[in-house]
Each structure stands twice: as C-alpha cells, then as structure tokens.
Design a protein around this ligand. Sequence first.
Ligand code: NAD
Length: 708
Amino acid sequence: QQPATSAFSLRFSEEDIGIITIDVPNEKVNTLKAEFVEQINQILQQAQAHPHLKGLVFISGKPDSFIAGADISMIARCQQAQEATELAQKGQAIMAHISAFPVPVVAAIHGACLGGGLELALACHGRICSVDDKTQLGLPEVQLGLLPGSGGTQRLPRLIGAPRTLDMMLTGRTIRAKQALRMGLVDDAVPQAILLATAIERVKQGRRSNASLPWSARLVKGPLGKALLFHFVRKQTRAKSHGHYPATEKIIDVVKTGLDQGRGNGYQAEARAFGELVMTPQSAALRALFFAATALKKEFGAQAEPLPIKKVAVLGGGLMGGGIACVTATKAGLPVRIKDINQQGISHSLKYSWDLLQKKAKRGYLKRAELQRQMMLISGTTDYSGFRQVDLVIEAVFEDLALKQQMIHEVEENASQHTIFASNTSSLPIHEIARGAARPQQVIGLHYFSPVDKMPLVEVIPHAQTSAQTIATTVAFARKQGKTAIVVGDSAGFYVNRILTAYINEAARCLLAGETIEHIDRALVDFGFPLGPLQLLDEVGIDVGTKIVPILEAAFGERFAAPAGLEAMLADDRKGRKNGRGFYLYAPKGQKRRHKRADPSVYKLLNLTPKNKQSAQQIADRCVALMLNEAVRCLDEGTIGSARDADIGAVFGIGFPPFLGGPMRYIDSLGIVNLVKKLQLLEQQWGARFAPCEGLLQRAAQGRKLYP
Ligand code: NAD
C-alpha cells in the first residue's frame, strides 16, 4: 500500500490486473503535480513486482474528474525557459514509462480528462470512457498560451491523424464521449457502471496497432498532402490569431517536426517549445486570467454566508428574461417562473430555452429525457401565482425607472419576506430603483450580458443599503448559473458598459471623421478584440448601445458626450443586426451572407466622404487609450474593487484581448509613464477627453503600478 498522502493507490483484480486509482488527497478534482512523477514511478514498479501481472488500468477515485489537467502554479513558478523545458521532459519521461510498460495499460476515463490527463491516457495502450455529460476529453493548453508538453503533440496525431489533432490543440475544445469514439480517441464508450469491467476486458485484448486512421488523416500522410495541410492550417490560424498567440505557431511547428523527423525529434521540439512558451508575456497574461477567474469562484463579494436559493422568478420574458430563465433552469438546475404582462413574452421565453435545448439534443449532448426534465423546470404566468415560494426574483422588464420601482412594490406584496429582488437594469442606478422599497437591504443589481447563455460575466451591484447576505447569495446564485460574477459599484454604467462606451464612442468619432467602417473595425480586430466596435454595436443593438450615452454624460460630463451626428442612424431606423439595418449589410431572414460587408449607404446618411486618413494603429490607440483611462478611474473610485476584477470584467464582458491579460495588466506592461505620455499627445490632438486621469498621473509620478 502507498502512504495515505500518495495520489495513486494500487490493488489487484482476481485476474492479476493491477488497478491504479488516482485520487489526489484533499482536492475536489485530480490535477497533476510535479511530485507525482516519483509517485507514478513507484506505483508502476510496485505493480511490476507482481509475479503474474497481466495488465494495468488507470481509473479515478473522484466523482467528476479523471485528471482535469496539470497544476498550473507549478508552471508559473518556472523562472527560465530551461526549467519549464525540464518540467516537460519529466512529464514526457513518465508517459514514456507508461507507454513502454511490459503489459497492456488502459485508461478508464470518467469526468474531465484534460491536458496532462489526456496525455496520460494517450500514453496508455487503450482508452475506455464513460458515456456521461461529465466526461470530456481535450488539450486546452493553447488557452493558457502553451502546448501539451508531455508527449501529447506526438501521440495524438499518430492516434487520430494530424488534421483532427491540430483542430483539438489549436482550439483547445473538449470532445464528448461519443465523438471521441467516432474519431478513434477512445476504443469504447460505455455506461459508467461497466467502465472498469470494460477497461479490464480491453486489457485482456492486449495492444493494438493504430492501423485505421480516418480517411482525412490518410489523405495527408504523403508529403504533398502533408505540406498542403500544414500550409492551410497555418494560414487559417494566422488569420484568426492576428499573430497574437505564439502558442498556435508552435503547436503547428512541433506536430510537423514529429511527423517529418520522427518522434524523438518531436519530443525534443515539444519540450523546447513548451519552455519557450511558458516565458512568453502572452502565456503569463492568460495564466493570470485563469488564476483570477479561479480565485473569483471562491469569493462571495461580502462577509456573509449565502442563503440557499431553491426557486427563482423572472419578470419580463423578453430577450434578457428568456436567457436568464434558460440558464437558471439548464445550468443552475432550479425551477423558474416567468411572469410577463402578456402571453407572448411567456411563449417567447419558453421558446428561447426550447430552441437551445433542441440544438443540444440534436448534436447528441443532451438526452431527450433530460431535455424534457429541464423544460419542466420553466413555467409561465401573467399574474403573481407561485411567487410566495420564490427566494429570488430577477427583473428584466423594460428599462424604465418607474416601472422597475413598481415591480419592487408588487414583488414585496406577492413574494415572501426573505425574497431577494435583483434588477437586470443596464443603466439605472440601483439605489434609485430601491427608493421606496420596504426591504431595500434585499434589493440588488444583477447585470447580465447578451446573449445570456453565451456571455460568461455578470456584474453584481449592491447599493448602499444592500445587505452582505444579499450580496453573497446573489453572487453564489450567479455562479450556479455558470457565470463569473464581479461585484461593482452603483454608479452610472457600472463598470463594463462605462469603459465600453468610452471605447465605442471614440470609434464612432473616427467614423464621423470619415474613416471607413471596415478600417475602424479591422484596426481593433488586429489589436486583438474578437469584433470591431461598430460591428459590436450592431450586435448589441444601436438603440440599446446608445441609450446609455446621455446617462454617462450626465454623470461624468463632456468626455461622454454623444458623437455628433450619430443620432441619424437611429432616426433612419437602424438598430443593428436585430432589424437587419446597421453599419453592416444583412441578408434577409432565412438567408446567409457569406462575407460581412459594410453598408455603403451609412456614409450618405451621415453625410460623409469615406476616406481613411489615419492608420489602424492610430485608430486603435485612440479607442483603447480612452478605455484604459476610464478603467483606471473606475478602479480609483471603487466602481470596480480591484485590478484583477477590472481585468476579468473587460475580458469576459467585452472581449478585451485575453493575451494582454485585461486593461490593468496591459497598462502595467505598457508602463504607466508611457501611457500618460500617449494620452497627453492624444489630448493635444483630439481634445480634453484624453486627459490622463488623476490616478494615472499620481502613479506615474510615484513609479507605482496597478498590480503590486
Ligand atoms: P425586452 O423588450 O426584450 O423585454 C422586456 C419584457 O418585459 C417584454 O416581454 C415585456 O412584455 C415585459 N414586461 C414589460 N412590463 C412588464 C411587467 N409589468 N411585468 C412583467 N413583464 C413586463 O427587453 P430586454 O432587452 O430583455 O431588456 C430587459 C432589461 O434588461 C432592461 O432593463 C434592459 O436595460 C436590460 N438589459 C438589456 C440588455 C440587452 O442587451 N438587451 C443587456 C443587459 C441588460
């Protein structure tokens, strides 16, 4: 028996098959740590000492994870590329040990099998996984600016072929059981109840050669096919990464080296590239975001224990209400009651969930019975029936202060004493909504982003009288819905929309000065945003996006003044994608447009002669500098609690380039003195809105950074 502190324990079946259980002590999920190298070696030796050993099975002792990846803090501690390379080499050596083991070794996979976990499974001679929603296989290292460093880049292409390997590694996406079986990633996918028994059967079958690569992989085995594949993948990857993600280039290089020059060279290239990538600022920024998001998952935003939420109600079954009800039922698994003034709102929101679940079911991610069960959690009403049992009401009615105040009165009358009232307002101050409430301590803002089922962020906004318990309960509930919650101050625009508006307004000013729509959007996409600001405004809705501008102007003055002339867009009924009229051209409903093209009639409407006078760099500088300046103001005013939260909010809420780590980390990497100089130059050129804020000036003078 291993000491109790070991993550690996060994027992033998009656048929002399060693079963190694992976169960990292005192952790909820299994992650690989450096010290496990020794432990795995020991356990393999111990197994080998068995006189009649027929084979080995790796299985997890945790309910939801086989191995969810490597412990990232171990990577973060590396000071030099060589150290990280050596770390990778240790990982490679242990996987080589498993792979060369004299009897068959099989991985029995249930739950998350990611990163180093999948690399371990790949080193085994067979893989069986459970058919379960929790079972997911993937190599997500690219999302941390890294590549799989324990042999994964060499073993995976030989198992499933180069095209699928590159797809998995370059996107970092996860693969479910059935798909894993179809692509040859696992040998079988079975119910969890017979996982171990099937793995043992698989051991008895011995090793197999991977003779049957998929046709797509065989096609590109020859030199010409291979050259074409790598050329095509590189081109496609560069078009997406805009050169900001060095890990993607290295992944392609290392897979290619292994296929061209053999495994030995491949492993060497893998370990070297891993070491180099660990040292890149991009990986450091992505890892910092990962740590920040992980830390946020453990916080409740207040010193209080969250109360249990068992039943939820949503007021207003529109775009947002439909989405909020959907994630409450499908992600949080809670019963949710939607109240609208008309049947149409209710049907709309039921359809929202139905369409989404249908899509999942069609792709095989959701069983019919589960779909029915989740749909049963959602019910509709046009009165307040059922509200007495509700612990939390989320309001998503029209953006109208008096209406929202009336909602509080009605909820206080019809719900329970303890019911929390959360408003999804995007611009109204929470303390004003709460004015007149009988229980203001139970009123809070809970600001979602559209589309609710896709956007990972929510802002939780307490007002002065909100109780700590209400804050903690709301944060805990948002997390149950799968959201990352940041607690922000109750001031105009909160945090995300305030910094976003500063940025979009500047893009609009560039347009109104005659820069073309494509030029502006491309400038910011090249900078690293997923969408340009004008396309984003089309997506959000020009009516929705511009509504907040006068509110911000009233609160913060001139620097938020609406770009003069833009109102013509709304006067011309241009709301963006939702009504097919915006900055871009949209195909009629039911048809698809292959290439996104700006609508040339916008220039005529705005009385402009389009001509690009500024470089992409100048445009990006203007838009981003204003966002950075505003973000620092938010931090210093306490609208956002920390640099960490500011970064998470901008990356998760707006798509601020993740490889820069968020606005605060980006400012630190630019150097505050340099940013101040840049802002002062822009101020001379474009006006007072660029004046560096007090906080930046002070920090520049004192040589302080935003992060300690
Ligand atoms: P919407 O117009 O799509 O939906 C509003 C719904 O509220 C309608 O179905 C309407 O019938 C219903 N309603 C109106 N009065 C009601 C009442 N008295 N009782 C019950 N239901 C009532 O609006 P939306 O875009 O979903 O926005 C809702 C709220 O969310 C607004 O406060 C908005 O500012 C905020 N918000 C919107 C977005 C966005 O991108 N659209 C993002 C974040 C927050």
